[in-house]
Ligand binder design. Structure first.
Ligand SMILES: Nc1ncnc2c1ncn2[C@@H]1O[C@H](COP(=O)(O)OP(=O)(O)O)[C@@H](O)[C@H]1O
Ligand SMILES: N[C@@H](CCC(=O)OP(=O)(O)O)C(=O)O
Length: 324
């Protein structure tokens, strides 16, 4: 069991009673003060040891740090200590944060090789429309596949402390099920929920895991890692996932954007803006820009012959939607 818990901002808010507006610096201070109180509350409820892990997107998008996070989770579990994970709200900026604990929990579930992800909410599960706005909304007990129709049912949050409402929960379910993890959205306020879960019953909405999940490192690249830069390619370019073909050569490149090093994740994007794939770059942005700007095309092919392809087929994750 791994617990991803929100609550630091809410727990710390009473220490800042005169702040009518929760600005970002105030929220960060509330989180710093409230995180200890939140952990104290959990510790009082359990008769076994707990451990705190505070993460940011930076810790998860970097493969080395991600592997280190996994190692700590597994070590804690092996020693009977419950990892309690939250975002490190005190140091994150918009660029560095995951932002909501639904998506964070899906990333953690993937990192922990979880069998199931259980998202406890203030409502029984996903309804066909927001029940706080529509009296005739109906609970959907089983969702075999997440598609645009399912996303269309999900609306934002209505509570003062919730972030994302059902939208981020469906996003989390998509990340987890593609990793082969069964996902549940349940009501965390009722005891019956947990009795049913322990009996192997579904108390809310169950999203079935994908029967052919993505390979672990490709899932990480698609759903956790963020691209450090972009390579812009000709509009007629297609990514071939064939071990014998050159995936990307200098002839296909039009422009290099951003700064990235060897091993960083990059986005392969068509000139018309379409996102094609995320991939691990075997070249730095500096070297790729140099190669792209060479008049002598033989230079690039000679260079690649010795150094190898820009991206290799084993480290390419095709993108199906424009949202990742
Ligand atoms: N289709 C839907 N089904 C159920 N709840 C929905 C739906 N669309 C939006 N919501 C809202 O999402 C809320 C749950 O999300 P959120 O407030 O972020 O919860 P939590 O704080 O429990 O994570 C519900 O209380 C409801 O207002
Ligand atoms: N990390 C923040 C909470 C983030 C958040 O609100 O997430 P969620 O539980 O998805 O609504 C905290 O501890 O206050």
């Amino acid at each position: 069991m791994v617990l991803v818990s929100s609550g630091s901002v809410a727990a710390g808010s009473h220490l800042f009673p005169d702040e009518l507006q929760q600005t970002i610096p105030i929220k960060k201070a509330m989180a710093a003060a409230g995180q200890a109180e939140m952990m104290g509350t959990w510790e009082k409820l359990f008769n076994f040891p707990t451990a705190q892990m505070l993460l940011t997107r930076c810790d998860l998008r970097d493969r080395e740090r991600y592997v280190s996070v996994r190692e700590t989770i597994f070590t804690l579990l092996e020693h009977g200590v419950l990892p309690i994970i939250n975002e490190n709200d005190t140091i994150v900026t918009d660029k560095l944060k995951v932002g909501d604990n639904d998506n964070l929990s899906a990333i953690v579930a993937a990192a922990a090789d979880a069998d199931a992800l259980i998202i406890c909410s203030d409502i029984n599960g996903l309804y066909n429309k927001n029940p706080h706005k529509h009296d005739d909304a109906v609970l959907i007990p089983n969702i075999p596949e997440i598609n645009a129709d399912i996303f269309a049912m999900a609306d934002g949050a209505t509570s003062a402390v919730g972030t994302g409402g059902m939208i981020t929960k469906v996003e989390a379910a998509q990340k987890a099920t593609l990793h082969g993890i069964d996902t549940y959205i349940v009501n965390g306020f009722t005891e019956q929920t947990f009795e049913m879960l322990l009996n192997g019953e579904n108390p809310g909405t169950h999203f079935s895991s994908d029967p052919s999940p993505m390979k672990e490192h490709l899932h990480w690249m698609t759903h956790t890692s963020t691209a450090q830069g972009e390579v812009i390619v000709e509009d007629n370019f297609t990514v071939k996932l064939d071990a014998h073909s050159e995936e990307l050569t200098s002839d296909d490149l039009i422009e290099i954007k951003g700064e990235f090093a060897v091993g960083d994740t990059i986005l392969v994007r068509k000139h018309d803006g379409t996102k094609l794939a995320k991939a691990k770059s075997n070249y730095s942005s500096c070297l790729l820009s140099f190669i792209t700007n060479q008049e002598d095309k033989n230079f690039a092919s000679d260079f690649q012959e010795q150094t190898g392809p820009i991206i290799s087929d084993k480290n390419v994750a095709l993108l199906e939607s424009d949202t990742l």
